[in-house]
Design a protein around this ligand. Structure first.
Ligand code: BGC
Length: 706
């Protein structure tokens, strides 16, 4: 069974490229010429969303497979085949394209082609490859380890490559909404007791901040940070910590709060949008608060409408702008079908009342893997009405329905994916109150097509999908219904370079190598670079700046200031020119320049107040650093030595490095300036063995503090 959709899928996606791209190519070019999209508050408003022909092909194949036995179901499938779904960049290889489908450039080109006239189009992309990914589960473990080297690869081979593609002027006419790293920051709120999450924590923070910096710099890209779902973060005790983490990560980015356009909840989960028969989570039944029922465990947030409203209020109170928008992944939270309650329960027993009234039919709200009984939810739509307090930008389908959450048994694979017993229907899970997981049997590895699940999702869809041949209420006007992507299995778009409409096969030349690269007046943390504009090739669209062998920036003008550097350090830079056809020149001659030495704080001119909050073998350490000199610092590093046995696992408001007992805490990009008399608070979580004695000496930029 699993072979059938796979074979059809490969062939289908091949034809989709030709079908969607060859003819509309001229349209795509015209769109680019019309002009770049400026950054708006809600990118979905007035826009269509990109339809992934690769997903459509799976749906069409599935309809063909069930046609003989269940023509109604087949018809329902065809009705929703043009629903927009997100494109997941779930490993470095996904950027180029791999066995799971074509790459990011293909989708960007297809989105340009799907754009109709001046109606904006949103392409939903998921950024999902952090070092130590999925630290609290196994099913979506990734390819990059939670190490410094893993983070470096994440930055240079993953985020830089994605940002570079998105930054291409050819795509300036489409809107790109990036779901940023599902489950990562939520795991840091609730799952730091897990060693894998402790190990991943600093890399999640640094990786997400890096991704936000790179993505926010592109005007037509919108960042939506993942905020789990109501059954995970909805308790006050969890939401307060989550918001604090969101604030800290936002403040560690170059643009601060502005680097985050919004938050997305329920990604790949099936928590309902609303519980129609349990609308008031503070109500009581028989004198007992309904939120005290076993199912809700005192959580006030019963559904995603509750959670997004609560989250929005907390975010804005914590400093996020009022324009912050929310998305809800409604791809699999419909809960229709025969098991859906049709009225509120009449029971006077609290648990029976809740269990008979709730539309969420999972045995436990923590059952996340291929849950039996789920259905497709609300179709993607901008600014859905009826949820004013939630400040929704849109309902979106981030998890493509039909793609597995994890395998039900162990399946070897080369993606780093593990076998999580939460996906095994025979497993009694302690995390689910010692109940069977309720996962569907026969599931493949996460991300692979899972026919049984898709059939169930369509059958249990809510709102129900019409089966009378009419198209679903939210069709995509730009998709040509006459195109059947499954008809030609012979063409594979990922292997034939000539099907790429954006590359002019005649243009194999590269732009001229930039000349005259020089470094201007440096500061302690920045070096300005200038070079001569390329004039021989009118198609030059910009330049890539390299630090050593690593690309650090793209610019359209022949100048760039490198910031965030360490004082008194030598750096080597070079520049490459690129053109509209994505040809890149060789590197220019390199220039080496040193940042200025940092002003040394005179002896005794800093003060550090250090305190800890200890429990068992863990503690939180806090240090208030005050610049008591009369000179402002533009960069600072606090150094100290632990007496023995202390190990930092995670820090904030500074970049912590620990070697043996020696710790260094360097400023973040946003708090490097420390005016005369000013203070900065930094902190960290750590473990200790024995007595947790405080360090005796602190030095700031090499000077001993009082
Ligand atoms: C998987 C990814 C996949 C995504 C969408 C995740 O659970 O880990 O590989 O791309 O789901 O299906």
């Amino acid at each position: 069974m699993s072979q059938v959709p796979k074979r059809l899928r490969t062939g289908a996606s091949a034809v989709a490229v030709g079908a969607l791209l060859s003819a509309p190519m001229i349209l795509g070019t015209t769109t680019t010429a019309v002009g770049a999209e400026s950054h708006v508050d809600n990118p979905y408003a007035g826009a269509t969303q990109y339809v992934n022909a690769d997903w459509t092909a799976n749906v069409v194949a599935e309809a063909a497979a069930v046609e003989a036995t269940d023509p109604t179901l087949a018809q329902q499938m065809l009705s929703i085949k043009s629903t927009p779904t997100a494109v997941w960049m779930d490993r470095i290889g996904a950027i180029e394209g791999n066995v799971d489908g074509p790459g990011l450039k293909h989708h960007l080109d297809a989105a340009v082609a799907q754009k109709s006239g001046s109606t904006p189009i949103v392409l939903n992309v998921v950024i999902y490859d952090l070092p130590g990914r999925d630290c609290y589960a196994l099913a979506s473990n990734g390819e990059l380890p939670a190490t410094d080297a893993g983070l470096e690869r994440y930055k240079t081979e993953y985020i830089d490559e994605i940002a570079d593609l998105l930054d291409n002027p050819e795509y300036a006419g489409i809107r790109i909404a990036a779901t940023v790293e599902p489950d990562s920051l939520p795991n840091l709120t609730t799952n730091l007791s897990e060693p894998a999450c402790q190990q991943s924590a600093p890399y999640y923070r640094a990786g997400v901040a890096y991704a936000l910096d790179k993505l926010h710099a592109i005007p037509n890209v919108y960042t939506y940070v993942d905020a789990a779902h109501s059954g995970w973060l909805g308790w006050d005790t969890n939401s307060v910590g989550a918001v604090q983490t969101f604030v800290e990560v936002a403040q560690s980015t170059i643009a601060g709060f502005a680097s985050i356009d919004g938050f997305v909840t329920n990604t790949a989960n099936s928590t309902p949008l609303s519980e129609p028969f349990l609308t008031d989570s503070s109500a009581s039944i028989n004198g007992m608060p309904i939120r005290s029922a076993k199912y809700y465990e005192w959580n006030f947030s019963f559904d995603e409408a509750d959670w997004t409203a609560d989250l929005y209020n907390q975010l804005v109170a914590a400093g996020f702008p009022a324009t912050t928008g929310m998305l809800i992944d409604t791809s699999r939270n419909g809960w229709g079908g025969d098991a859906r309650p049709t009225a509120v329960s009449t029971s006077t027993d609290l648990n029976t009342y809740v269990n008979e009234s709730r539309i969420d039919r999972r045995i436990h709200r923590g059952a996340w893997c291929n849950p039996a009984g789920a259905g497709l939810g609300e179709r993607p739509v901008a600014s859905p009405s009826g949820y004013t307090a939630s400040h929704l930008d849109a309902f979106v389908w981030i998890k493509p329905p039909g793609e597995s959450d994890g395998s039900s048994t162990e399946i070897p694979n080369d993606e780093g994916k593990g076998f999580d017993r939460m996906c095994d229907p025979t497993y009694v899970a302690a995390k689910l109150g010692n109940q069977l997981t309720g996962a569907l049997p026969g599931a493949p590895v996460s991300g692979k097509w899972f026919s049984t699940q898709f059939q169930q999702l369509v059958a249990n869809a809510y709102p129900v999908i019409p089966a009378d041949g009419t198209v679903d209420p939210t069709p995509d006007p730009t998709t040509d219904p006459t195109t059947d992507p499954t008809t030609d299995p012979t063409t594979d778009p990922t292997t034939d370079p000539t099907t790429d409409p954006t590359t002019d096969p005649a243009d194999t030349s590269s732009p001229t190598v930039p000349a005259g690269l020089t470094a201007g007046t440096t500061t302690t943390s920045s070096i300005p670079l200038t070079w001569t504009a390329s004039t021989d090739n009118v198609a030059v669209t910009g330049y890539d700046v390299y630090q050593g062998t690593v690309k650090i920036a793209s610019t359209t003008t022949p100048s760039y200031t490198v910031t965030g550097l360490t004082a008194d350090t030598a750096y080597t830079f070079s520049v490459r020119a690129k053109d509209a056809a994505a040809n890149v020149s060789a590197a220019s001659a390199a220039v080496t320049a040193s940042t200025k030495a940092a002003t040394t704080t005179p002896a005794g001119a800093c003060k550090v107040t250090y305190s800890t909050n200890d429990w068992n073998t863990g503690f939180t350490g806090s240090a208030k650093i005050t610049n008591t000199s009369s000179t402002a610092l533009s960069a600072w590093t606090l150094a100290f030595t632990f007496p023995a046995g202390q190990q930092i696992s995670q820090g904030w408001s500074a970049i912590f490095t620990q070697t043996g007992t020696t710790v260094s805490a360097a400023n973040q990009a946003w708090n490097g300036t420390l005016a005369a008399g000013a203070s900065v608070d930094i902190g960290f979580n750590a473990t200790h063995t024995g007595t947790n004695t405080a360090p005796s000496t602190f030095t700031l930029n090499g000077t001993t503090c009082s």
